[in-house]
Write a protein of this length. Structure first.
Length: 384
């Protein structure tokens, strides 16, 4: 998902306004992504968005999303504070390690956490003896293609088994009523996966007829590689939600939690070239810059968007290497651009999600400064 090319900023000019390395977010790209996702979700009754704050805690990004009417999904108290400071509402929360103090902070902020297991169930009951309505996170099956990376496990380690008699015995013993259900099934990579989520929620709401809110999680980036799959996926989920509404006798709220989908392409990394080498026998020149992919962007599939200054030579094959001493520290492999010189600046895409929020402190090098382009103005947006 990306905004129309006509709305792209002048990255070459902006790269000269910041000291590299730096990350610049484009508020208009964030808003365009939210608008597109809202349009796609019109087939899902009651759908609303909650940004996965783990993807990006930058105040500028969160304020932009709050202004667009997007809520927040948080997995820690620091993420909660960042969402609160940005004015994001409503706030949703789930995490396996929430204790009593964390749960009290979340409730004080107006959130009703989705409890992750039997331990949190009992912690809630002790911490909130007068509040008997709870949210639950449902344990999801691990897709076969992902099991080899997860020790062969068939089920996620997160959430509860809604068919477990022990769960229902505990709910009855503690006098708790389930009013929210949350399922996050990894990557919603295809319509079949989304349809399965809908089927699981249909079965779960039969067990918990007091349900008023359904949270289907995120992991949408892979799905959005194909427009036809997107339409089929949301249509399938919409059908499940409609059946759930008919079964409950009321329309539930439905929360979708995008993170990477909304933010990844709304951010760029501005770097400075420090070295240019063409090893003997190599097809590509190795261009080393002052930022590390190993530290910042291990998940990103990035490309070189622009370079400063603009050079008129024919494009060369270039591999952009990071600044760390890690052998596989590559920002971009196989870029085609005029061969940069030391001191040039490169603008690299896909730096808007899971970058500074999950960065490694390699060699003790500080994180890049963060900026946001909003209404034609470049403003500092670093998370502190």
């Amino acid at each position: 998902m990306a905004p129309p090319a006509a709305s792209s900023p002048d990255w070459r000019a902006l790269a000269l306004e910041v000291d590299p390395p730096a990350i610049i977010y484009d508020a208009s790209a964030l808003e365009a992504a939210v608008e597109e996702l809202h349009a796609d979700l019109t087939v899902v009754p009651g759908a609303e968005l909650a940004f996965a704050v783990k993807a990006n805690r930058s105040p500028g990004v969160l304020r932009t999303l709050a202004r667009a009417g997007v809520g927040a999904d948080v997995a820690s108290v620091p993420e909660l504070r960042a969402a609160q400071a940005a004015g994001m509402r409503p706030i949703h929360a789930t995490a396996p390690a929430f204790g009593a103090v964390d749960l009290k902070d979340l409730v004080a902020a107006g959130a009703r956490p989705d409890l992750d297991g039997m331990t949190q169930l009992r912690t809630w009951s002790t911490a909130f003896p007068d509040d008997r309505q709870i949210g639950l996170r449902i344990r999801a099956p691990v897709p076969p293609v992902e099991r080899e990376h997860d020790g062969g496990r068939r089920w996620s380690r997160f959430g509860v088994d809604v068919a477990d008699p022990a769960l229902h015995e505990a709910l009855a013993e503690l006098g708790l009523e389930v009013v929210q259900l949350h399922i996050h099934a990894g990557e919603m990579a295809n319509p079949e996966r989304v349809a399965l989520i809908g089927e699981v929620l249909e079965a779960a709401t039969q067990l918990f007829p007091g349900t008023m809110l359904l949270n289907v999680g995120g992991g949408l980036a892979a799905l959005y590689g194909d427009d036809e799959r997107v339409g089929s996926a949301w249509t399938a989920l919409g059908a499940s939600v409609a059946r759930i509404g008919a079964q409950l006798g009321r329309a539930p709220r439905v929360v979708v939690e995008p993170g990477m989908l909304v933010a990844a392409m709304a951010g760029v990394l501005v770097t400075e070239v420090r070295a240019v080498e063409t090893p003997r026998g190599a097809e590509a020149a190795t261009v080393t810059v002052d930022a590390s992919a190993w530290a910042l962007m291990p998940w990103s599939v990035a490309r070189v968007l622009d370079a400063v200054p603009e050079r008129s030579e024919a494009p060369s094959l270039v591999d952009v290497a990071g600044s760390s001493c890690y052998e596989r520290d590559w920002l971009v492999i196989g870029a085609r651009c005029p061969l940069p010189r030391p001191g040039d600046r490169l603008v690299i895409s896909a730096a808007g999600a899971y970058v500074t929020s999950m960065a490694r402190n390699v060699h003790g090098v500080p994180l890049p400064d963060e900026w946001i382009l909003d209404g034609g103005r470049l403003e500092r947006a670093t998370f502190t």
